[in-house]
Design a protein around this ligand. Sequence first.
Ligand code: GDP
Length: 327
Amino acid sequence: MNKTALITGITGQDGYYLSQLLLERGYRVVGLLPPERQGSVVKLDDLADQVEIYSVDLRDAQALQAAVTQLQPTEIYNLAAPSFVPASWNDPLGTLDLITGTATRLLTAIRHSQLATRFYQASSSEIFGAVQESPQSETTPFRPKNPYGAAKLHAHWTMTHHREQYNLFACSGILYNHESPRRPPQFVTRKVTLAAAGIKLGLMDKLSMGNLDAKRDWGFAGDYVEVMWRMLQTDTPQDYVIGTGILHSVKDLVEMAFNSVNLDWQKYVEVNTTLLRRDEHFQLVADPSNANNDLHWSPQVTFEQLIENMVQIDLQRLQSGQVALTE
Ligand code: GDP
């Protein structure tokens, strides 16, 4: 019989790549999608008619219990979150309920169902926040600095308690920034690749940026969903830090994107002080040694390949009218 995977947050970037991977591996893939978000299934493009959608309010514990009992999943991937970190300040409690509440309700449902369902919790480098050491590993102390990071940390501990208390197969992947052509343009990588393509095509003439010296550990989302799956195929559940271990600055990103379309970035990019963020942390960089050793995982796509690919795809999308620059 086919394995069944349930995914929350299926219509996001990671949901797409994970669904693709699981479908290729013969899974029945079911997305748990709130009733009011049913329309967003179109975001899955070519996969929209290959996955099943189960309509459920993620805040409704009983409804989630019913979903687990009915669908009998082999694996659950809990990816649902408001992904844009600064926005979490606008609704700290809503962020907590979506991230921590959903994790807690799903873990409780697995516990009560008596199934051997394996559970993946999408954790985030944001739980390290004001970093206590660099690079960060699974033993680095947690010090989140925003509601998003605090909610992800709470979900991480909730998962840990359930693992220890009820012997569930549950684990967290502590993922660093991961990008792709499917990243929404409010994130800096996609903002820059779309602008480089737009300027190349003569559709815009300037790009306003925040801090060019900001640094991140950026990888390719397609590489990161592979490790989510591998974490659930091991003998014992364990948490892993997942990143490239390499820091790049926003300036590197801008330079790479513009170079890839033979433009001199300095002619087009200006710094807009209103885009600067307060109290940023630039030493968020992964030590993925445990994932390398135990899961034989390492990123396959370099930062340069990722950015070049994103620019190429944005060029095609703009030329075909698939996206507009006001997106
Ligand atoms: P985050 O790591 O989840 O905050 O991902 P983002 O892609 O939003 O931001 C990555 C970094 O790029 C942050 O340190 C930002 O301060 C920096 N950055 C510099 N200019 C911009 C900009 O114009 N937009 C965004 N989103 N980030 C910028």
